[in-house]
Design a protein. Sequence first.
Length: 369
Amino acid sequence: MKMMTYFKRALLSLSVLTAFSLAVSCGSSDDDVEFNPNLDSDLGLGQPVDECIDLGSNELLLSIQDEFTTLPGKVSVFFRVTDVTGNPVAGLTANQFTIYEQGRNDDCFRTISPSESQARISPNSQVFTNSTLLVLDLSNSVLSSSLAELKSASSSFINNVMEGPQSDSFQMAIYWFDGQDELHQLEPLTPSREALLEAIDGITTDISSDPSTDLYGAVIKSTDVAEALLEDSLEKSTIGAASVVLFTDGTDQASRYREKDALDKVAEADSNISFFTIGLGTEIDTQILESVGKTFSVFAGNKEELETTFNQLSQKVSERANSFYLFEYCSPKRDGSGENNLVIQVLRGSQQGAVQTRFDASGFTGGCQ
């Protein structure tokens, strides 16, 4: 029987991510494309490692999202890994992790053999859902001058983000906006890459009946959609993460909603929602788009660079989604040992990071697989 224990967010902060600014230019010699990562102030969740075990300073940060145990003796910890500047760390394997336990009779932590504990990185579909919302500006300026480039770029984005085997844990939906007070759904949330590509291919120049741009409305409504997805995940006893990826070639023209309300909506959104923006042309307000795209923002000076910017962003979206790990191992602790301290350490080259937590071994016996 599975015993789920949701981790309390009252745990001590592991570390505060260091804010930084970085600009990378690529594409034409005129620097038509700018890549500007923007970090929020997410905190790593978990406890600092006890001083009795000297693992050194953290260059990698492990942020625990959830933990649970499964009889007869399996411990599962679901967490996200970033570097100290907030960049997601994807592609880690089980042999890069070391497990340390501290029981009631241990002065400090003891290393648990990875082979004896059958440590592994497991498919996280049982505890995790990741949703991407692609939100496209289909106002008149886009439809009349850059629709073909946008469709090509969006298709590349979909192929890059949804490149793995189809899984209900990784889904995408497509929305669009114009001047109407509505966030139009082009394709509902789906794990099917083919359905998403077909939806993009079906966009025509007559899709919109209002040539204006309700940018702030799109920001507010897409955030509402993302938050509803996270609430749905919680109701299903899973961890949810969402990414809002918004494209525009201009500024808000409809004036239906206040700029402040849109920016506050993003700033106050759940920390498991990432915000990305893609701006095209010279009529965009880069400061506004950087504020909306607080995770990453990309700007293209002309439509020929649009696919490049979408491809850059798709890499960041994929890395963030794949920086969540479900790490599992069979503990040697047995029933009656009570609560035990646990440290998980990860090594990537010369970088290391570790986080401490606890688990209850009630009911644990041998035979864990």
